[in-house]
Design a protein around this ligand. Structure first.
Ligand SMILES: C[S@@+](CC[C@H](N)C(=O)[O-])C[C@H]1O[C@@H](n2cnc3c(N)ncnc32)[C@H](O)[C@@H]1O
Length: 234
């Protein structure tokens, strides 16, 4: 298998991208619709990380036509297609790396769809803390992504990633397109460690899994929630 740089991978496939996701990846077509349904009534500001060509935004805009969306993506060609589709919408598009760029703040909700399965625990832990800071108290984060259930499978993909990079002489800190999904349980743990509460799995088709979590409205609610979680473990 030949490793490709992340932006080269998506630029080369941008033209057939929508059809591939909608027709060939189990869970995507239904997941895009489900994500829009899970957003709470009355939202006005949304952050979309790794928005690509905007497939998740189609049902979201159908439900919230006046929504103000900040979309961040590394690949210019994917963003160009998104901008063409939604030229009438209230969009702020950033061509950049969501692991490093300014995310903005005070969002009612943040979403990501099939973009987080390329990163390490450490990269995700830092990003989830920044998403947590970017969402207003009471706001939510919805992630729909490739997740596995068996820790052995997770370990296999990370080992393969290291092996392929070593073989290709690729640096570990550069972005290549290779899938390293976490288990659902590890994903939930990372979101909890970032500060989110009430993380719930609401959808799974194939390996496409959707988690919804919330930022507490106050420090007291967060504290109360974590104490309840501890009681559950005991
Ligand atoms: C599989 S596509 C998903 C696009 C869209 N969310 C969807 O479901 O159709 C993954 C997208 O994430 C983007 N991406 C990957 N790593 C990124 C990063 N670190 N910062 C911003 N975008 C990134 C890619 O450029 C690509 O457009």
């Amino acid at each position: 298998m030949k490793l490709e740089k992340m932006t080269d991978f998506f630029t080369a496939r941008a033209e057939e991208y929508d059809e591939h996701m909608l027709c060939e990846v189990p869970g995507c077509r239904a997941g895009y619709i489900e994500m829009a349904k899970r957003l709470p009534e009355g939202i006005s500001r949304l952050l979309d990380l790794g928005c690509g060509t905007g497939l998740e935004l189609e049902p979201i805009f159908a439900r919230f036509p006046g929504l103000c969306v900040t979309g961040i993506d590394l690949t210019q060609e994917m963003l160009r297609r998104l901008a063409d589709k939604f030229s009438e919408k209230n969009l702020r598009l950033i061509c950049g790396d969501y692991l490093k760029c300014e995310l903005g703040g005070d969002y009612d909700a943040a979403v990501s769809f099939q973009t987080m399965h390329h990163f390490t625990y450490e990269e995700k832990a830092g990003l989830y803390r920044r998403i947590y800071d970017a969402v207003r108290p009471g706001g939510i984060y919805i992630e729909c992504d490739y997740m596995v259930t068996d820790p052995k499978e997770e370990a296999f993909y990370f080992a393969e990633n290291s092996r392929l990079r070593a073989e290709a002489g690729a640096k570990m800190d550069e972005y290549y397109h290779y899938d390293t999904p976490l288990t659902v349980q590890h994903q939930m743990q990372l979101l909890k460690e970032a500060g989110f509460i009430e993380t719930e799995q609401v959808f799974r088709e194939g390996n496409t899994t959707m988690l919804v979590c919330r930022k507490a409205v106050s420090a007291e609610e967060k504290e109360r929630n974590f104490r309840q979680d501890d009681r559950t473990v005991l």
